[in-house]
Design a protein around this ligand. Structure first.
Ligand code: NAD
Ligand code: UDX
Length: 464
């Protein structure tokens, strides 16, 4: 089975970059990315390729190469579904905010809507690929919806979770550690569908890095991978607090244990807490699934990763208040960074949001600088928490266009995102323009203690 037309429903952080790279690497396949969000599609189609809606290093170049040739962005979902041999579902699956499983389960409303739309529109056989991160056994529900329309169209459902990390999406897509494809390899037709997707990736991914499994293993592996990664961050963060209490240095501990090849050096960077749209959502979902199978010990085990992360964000903020003589009321706190990590404009679940909220509850005046996040996004993130009125958020929080503007006359500066440019700031100038004592809180282990203390800062660094 040779794939000629691909449709991807969802032009977000996953659908956009993933499909752009497939189109780049498979020039003979037409790839159409569709979305209900007209503004987002218009931005993907913007004449100036630097205006695409997602900031990712290298992405605009990939889009420039393929767009208009075999990569298209459109709001006509029905047409793209009808034309496609293979349909990727890459819509959002956030934590439910209502009803059963509120605050834990993944909200599959958008997934189901896609399945119903495919079932309504399709007139020829389709391979449907789960690209979104989904609870184990979702493919069974999709199959049920798709196969009960009575129009005789055949569907094969594959699971193909995405492992890209934001900020390195293009790099990760070009050279993935592995591509995972779950399908029904016990039947001839199922195997053919699996092979069709293997062939797409085989355009650029070495065959030994393309893993095939059954559908349930593939669905569950995605949640498991994120849980293991987040667990490493919470593990090292839990020890950062013990380091601070005992005189050990968490970076030294991380280096010492990371040299053990069984542990490995990656994902041991202590921080103000992990953020991003995936880790928390996927672990909560894993906890919910374990509970729904009656596996309470399994659920409690993984929930601890989230509990530790919430603690880490809170204790960073609480330490600012404590250090500033137990009050930040009316004090200006400069926050450097709002994105959940460097090299992305994504702010979902960013630790910065929760730190700012804590400080605002203590009546601080917060001034934010981030090189890629808009002020509209920063206010929207704070408004979403519902901690205070929109007007109060705008009165108490100022968003500025330069780090030096943020720190002027500040009582304290806090680094929330590890943007490279913060390392290169003129820290003497920063010291000069802050109020004294000049308190500096490094939530990312970006700066050297000795250097900062020599300049005169009262310096706090996570785990040191
Ligand atoms: P996103 O919110 O950026 O994008 C999803 C898009 O789907 C939105 O633009 C939305 O308008 C669109 N959409 C929703 N329902 C639709 C419908 N019925 N028809 C057409 N368009 C529709 O989300 P994302 O970050 O791209 O994540 C998508 C999925 O991928 C999630 O399941 C997520 O867990 C998973 N994932 C995300 C990442 C990541 O780094 N962001 C990494 C791996 C996996
Ligand atoms: C994650 C997974 O890495 C990726 O495989 C999956 O597809 C989506 O979820 P992402 O959330 O984009 O990717 O970024 P990631 O690099 O994993 O960072 C997540 C959060 O953990 C960030 O806030 C980051 O700053 C933090 N982190 C990461 C640490 O605090 N310390 C580390 O050592 C690593």
């Amino acid at each position: 089975m040779k794939i000629k037309n691909i449709c991807c429903i969802g032009a977000g952080y996953v659908g956009g970059p993933t499909m752009s790279v497939i189109a780049q690497k498979c020039p003979e396949i037409n790839v159409t990315v569709v979305d209900l969000n007209e503004k987002r599609i218009a931005a993907w189609n913007d004449e100036d390729v630097e205006n695409i809606p997602i900031y990712e290093p290298g992405l605009s170049g990939v889009v420039a190469e393929a767009r208009g040739r075999n990569l298209f962005f459109s709001t006509d979902v029905d047409e793209a579904i009808d034309k496609a041999d293979m349909i990727f579902i890459s819509v959002n699956t956030p934590t439910k905010t209502y009803g059963i499983g509120k605050g834990m389960a993944a909200d599959l409303k958008w997934i189901e809507l896609c399945a119903r739309q495919i079932a309504r529109v399709a007139t020829s056989d389709k391979i449907v690929v789960e690209k979104s991160t989904l609870p184990v056994r979702t493919a069974a529900a999709l199959s049920d919806i798709l196969h009960n329309t009575g129009n005789g169209v055949k569907y094969h459902i594959l699971s193909n979770p995405e492992f890209l990390a934001e900020g390195t999406a293009v790099e990760d897509l070009h050279a993935p550690d592995r591509v995972l494809i779950g399908g029904d390899y016990t039947t001839e037709e199922g195997s053919k569908a699996l092979q069709a997707l293997v062939d797409v990736y085989a355009h650029w991914v070495p065959k030994e890095n393309i893993l095939t499994t059954n559908v349930w293993s593939s669905e569950l592996s995605k949640l498991t991978a994120n849980a293991f990664l987040a667990q490493r961050v919470s593990s090292i963060n839990s020890l950062s607090e013990l380091c601070e209490a005992s005189g050990a240095d968490v970076a030294e501990v991380a280096r010492a244990i990371g040299k053990d090849s069984r542990i490995g050096p990656k994902f041991l960077q202590s921080s103000v807490g992990f953020g991003g749209s995936c880790f928390q959502k996927d672990i909560l979902n894993l906890v919910y699934i374990a509970k729904s199978f009656g596996l309470n010990e399994v659920a409690d085990y993984w929930e601890q990763v989230i509990i530790m992360n919430d603690h880490q964000k809170r204790r960073f903020a609480a330490n600012i208040v404590k250090t500033l003589y137990n009050t930040v009321s009316g004090k200006k706190i400069a926050m450097l960074g709002w994105a959940f990590k460097k090299d992305t404009n994504d702010t979902r679940e960013s630790a910065a949001i929760y730190v700012a909220d804590y400080l605002l509850n203590e009546r601080a005046e917060v001034v934010v600088y981030d090189p890629k996040v808009t002020s509209a996004q920063i206010y929207a993130d704070l408004d979403y928490l519902g901690s205070r009125s929109e007007e109060e958020n705008r009165n108490l929080v100022t968003v500025v266009n330069s780090p030096y503007e943020a720190i002027e006359d500040a009582h304290a500066t806090a680094i929330l995102t590890e943007w490279d440019e913060f390392k290169k700031l003129d820290w003497d100038k920063v010291f000069e323009s802050m109020l004294k004592p000049a308190f500096l809180f490094d939530g990312r282990r970006l700066l050297e203690r000795n250097e900062m203390e020599e300049k005169g800062f009262k310096f706090y660094s996570i785990g040191n």
